[in-house]
Design a protein around this ligand. Structure first.
Ligand SMILES: N[C@@H](CCC(=O)N[C@@H](CS)C(=O)NCC(=O)O)C(=O)O
Length: 205
């Protein structure tokens, strides 16, 4: 399998972490949306990363679908996401809030970095940054309320998504996480980043 996209993207990184955590073998094709638009468009008609090209050539588009596929083939015991019920909903809730933080961080970054300087709308940046800070505060509270892991006694998609969101914001909007603004989340991130799946996908610039 080939995972298309660079681990700078939180959506690529969370896909890579899930694949690695489940021991599913894949190669990375580090295309960038800034520099490799034409090649990415041939793989995903929306021109976004990630995509996962399966061994038979089928292409799975979007990190949600990639993770769904990875869980289907690689997580028969439902370790990362319970099969049903309250535990599943709880993990999906954390994951959705973390995904929202990733999306808001990308939106803020595009507004600040991909527009001509005179066309950057500061009010919009402030709005999406405030949404992002609110999402991170909610994750912080959930990490604090949990034990070693956000839900249950082992790592789930909730932890993976929360850490990927935190780490991406630390790169894209460092001003939102300064002064140890989210200490429990930062501590979870530090602990997870010791694990090979996180360490091997950490963006080093
Ligand atoms: N919902 C998508 C979001 C993917 C996404 O927005 N990726 C960004 C990189 S972080 C991208 O490809 N941006 C290029 C663009 O939208 O033009 C997913 O979960 O995979």
């Amino acid at each position: 399998m080939i995972l298309v996209g660079r681990n700078l993207s939180p959506f690529v990184r969370r896909s890579a972490i899930v694949l690695k955590t489940l021991g599913l073998d894949f190669e990375s094709k580090g295309l960038s949306t800034a520099d490799d638009n034409d090649e990415i468009l041939k793989i995903n008609p929306v021109g976004r990363v990630p995509s996962l090209i399966l061994d038979d050539g089928e292409t799975v588009v979007d990190s949600q679908a990639i993770i769904d596929h990875a869980l289907e083939v690689g997580d028969p015991d439902n370790q990362l996401l319970a099969q049903s019920g309250a535990e599943r909903r709880a993990v999906l809730r954390v994951s959705a809030i973390a995904q929202g933080a990733m999306e808001k961080a990308v939106a803020s970054s595009y507004e600040r970095n991909r527009r001509p300087k005179e066309k950057v709308y500061k009010g919009w940046v402030e709005k999406v940054d405030a949404q992002n800070a609110s999402a991170l505060a909610s994750l912080e509270a959930m990490v604090k309320a949990g034990g070693d892991w956000i839900h249950g006694g082992h790592m789930t998609l909730a932890d993976i998504n929360a850490v990927v969101a935190h780490d991406f914001v630390s790169i894209a909007e460092p001003y939102l996480v300064k002064d140890d603004a989210f200490p429990a989340l930062a501590a979870l991130s530090a602990r997870c980043n010791e694990l090979p799946a996180f360490a091997e996908t950490r963006w080093k610039g």
